[in-house]
Ligand binder design. Structure first.
Ligand code: UFG
Length: 363
C-alpha cells in the first residue's frame, strides 16, 4: 500500500510539471489485454491512441471502453506491419511519448501451421515500432512477452533469471526473437527504454462486463472454452490429460486477472516516463505466484458461478507444459504492483462477460 501511494504521488508531481495529458500509443488496443489496458490508462489520465487491424478483435470494443471510462480513445485501423501507415499515423498525432505494443498473433497451434504469418506479424511489427520510435522521438516501449519463453522451467516458481528454453512453437519463438531485438536495439541507443512484461495466463473480464475476451471461432484457451461450455455453446470441455506429475494429474498454470495485468502496464509506462528504470531494458514476470490445476479451475468456476461445466479427460495436447507459475517478487517490489483479485472473483467476471455477450447477441 505504501509503495503504491508513493508511486501515485511521484506520478502526480510528474504530471503537474508536464501539464498536458501524456499521449500513449497502444498497438492492438482493441484486443483482450489491450482493451483492458486502454481503460486503465484512460482512468489514470493518459490520452490514448489505438492502432489495430481488427484481425482478432471487434470495433465494438471501443464502445465498451467508452462506456467504462466516458472517453472514446483515438482509433485507426492500421496494420502495424505497415511501416508507411504507422509513420503517417505518428506524424499526424505528434507528441506520443511511449508505446505499449500488444499487436501480435497469439495462437500457438495456428503458428505451427502458418509460421511466416507469425514471423511477419510479430517480428516485423516490432521492428517498425522500434525504428519509428527514434524518428518520432518516442522514449519507451512496453512489450507484451510471455512465460512461454521459459518453456518447462527447472525450478518453480520461475524467476526472471531462469534461462529461456528452446521455443516449442513459432509463436513462442517470435516472443524470444522480439525480446532479443528489443535488447539489441536498446543497448545500441541509450535514448530508448523498454520494459518487457512476461505474462502468465490472463483470464477474466472487466468487472463491468463491458469488455472481455472475444475469441474468434472455437476457443483455444481454457477459460473461454469453460464459459462457452457452461453456456451450452459447446457440449463439453476436453481436459487435456490427467496423468501429469501434479497433485491431481492436470496441468498447472498461474492464472492472473486481466485487470490486474492491465494495471501493471500503467505502472510500467509511468516508470519509463519518469526515468525510474534501473536499466534501459527491464524484464518483469506478471503473475500471481500461485499455480492452479485445470481441475481446480473447473471446480472453482462451477462453485462460484453455480453452473455446471461438463468435461471429459482426453489425451495430452501437443506442446503443453506440465506446470508453470511465477515468482512475481521482482514486479511486486520494483514496480510496486501486485495481482490482487481472487481467482473466485476473476472467474465470476468471466461468467458475467459470457452472459453479457450472449444477451447482446440476442438483441
Ligand atoms: N486446457 C484444457 N482444455 C482446453 C483448453 C486448455 O484442458 O480446452 C488446458 C491446457 O492443457 C493447459 C491449461 O488448460 O493446461 C491452460 O491452457 P491455455 O490454452 O488457456 O493456456 P496455455 O498455458 O496453453 O497458453 C497460454 C497462451 C499462450 C501463452 C501461454 C503462456 O495461450 O499464448 O499461455 O503465456 F504463450
Amino acid at each position: 500500500m505504501e509503495i503504491k501511494k508513493k508511486i501515485k504521488q511521484t506520478w502526480n508531481n510528474w504530471r503537474a510539471s508536464n501539464s498536458d495529458a501524456v499521449k500513449i500509443l497502444v498497438t492492438g488496443g482493441t484486443g483482450y489485454i489491450g482493451s483492458h489496458t486502454v481503460v486503465e490508462l484512460q482512468q489514470a489520465g493518459f490520452e490514448v491512441y489505438i492502432v489495430d487491424n481488427l484481425s482478432n478483435s471487434n470495433i465494438d470494443v471501443l464502445n465498451g471502453i467508452e462506456k467504462i471510462t466516458g472517453k472514446m480513445p483515438v482509433f485507426e485501423n492500421i496494420d502495424c506491419t505497415d511501416y508507411v501507415a504507422m509513420d503517417r499515423f505518428l506524424s499526424k498525432h505528434e507528441g506520443i511519448q511511449a508505446i505499449i505494443h500488444f499487436a501480435a498473433s497469439k495462437a500457438v497451434g495456428e503458428s505451427v501451421k502458418k509460421p511466416l504469418l507469425y514471423y511477419r506479424n510479430n517480428v516485423v511489427s516490432l521492428i517498425n515500432q522500434l525504428e519509428l520510435m527514434s524518428i518520432h522521438h518516442i522514449k519507451g516501449i512496453v512489450f507484451s512477452s510471455s512465460c512461454t519463453v521459459y518453456g518447462q522451467p527447472d525450478v518453480l516458481p520461475v524467476t526472471e533469471a531462469a534461462p529461456r528454453k528452446t521455443a516449442l512453437s513459432p509463436y513462442g519463438n517470435t516472443k524470444q526473437i522480439c525480446e532479443d531485438i528489443i535488447m539489441d536495439t536498446i543497448y545500441s541507443n541509450d535514448q530508448l527504454k523498454s520494459i518487457i512484461l512476461r505474462y502468465f495466463n490472463p483470464i477474466g473480464a472487466h468487472p463491468s462486463a463491458y469488455i472481455g475476451e472475444l475469441p474468434n471461432g472455437v476457443p483455444n484457451n481454457l477459460i473461454p472454452f469453460v464459459t462457452q461450455t457452461a453456456a451450452g455453446i459447446r457440449d463439453e470441455l476436453k481436459v487435456f490429460g490427467s496423468d501429469y506429475n501434479t497433485p491431481d494429474g492436470t496441468c498447472i498454470r498461474d492464472y492472473i486477472n486481466v485487470v490486474d495485468l492491465a494495471k501493471a502496464h500503467v505502472v510500467a509506462v509511468q516508470r519509463m516516463l519518469e526515468n525510474k528504470t534501473k536499466k534501459n531494458v527491464e524484464i518483469f514476470n506478471l503473475g500471481t505466484g500461485r499455480g492452479l490445476s485445470v481441475m481446480e479451475i473447473i471446480k472453482t468456476f462451477e462453485k462460484v458461478n453455480k453452473v455446471a461445466v461438463p468435461h471429459q479427460i482426453v489425451e495430452h495436447r501437443e506442446g503443453d507444459i506440465e506446470q508453470v507459475w511465477a515468482d512475481p517478487t521482482y514486479a511486486n517490489e520494483e514496480l510496486g504492483w501486485k495481482a490482487e483479485e481472487s481467482v473466485e472473483d476473476t472467474l465470476k467476471s468471466a461468467w458475467k462477460w459470457q452472459k453479457y455477450i450472449m444477451k447482446k447477441a440476442d438483441k
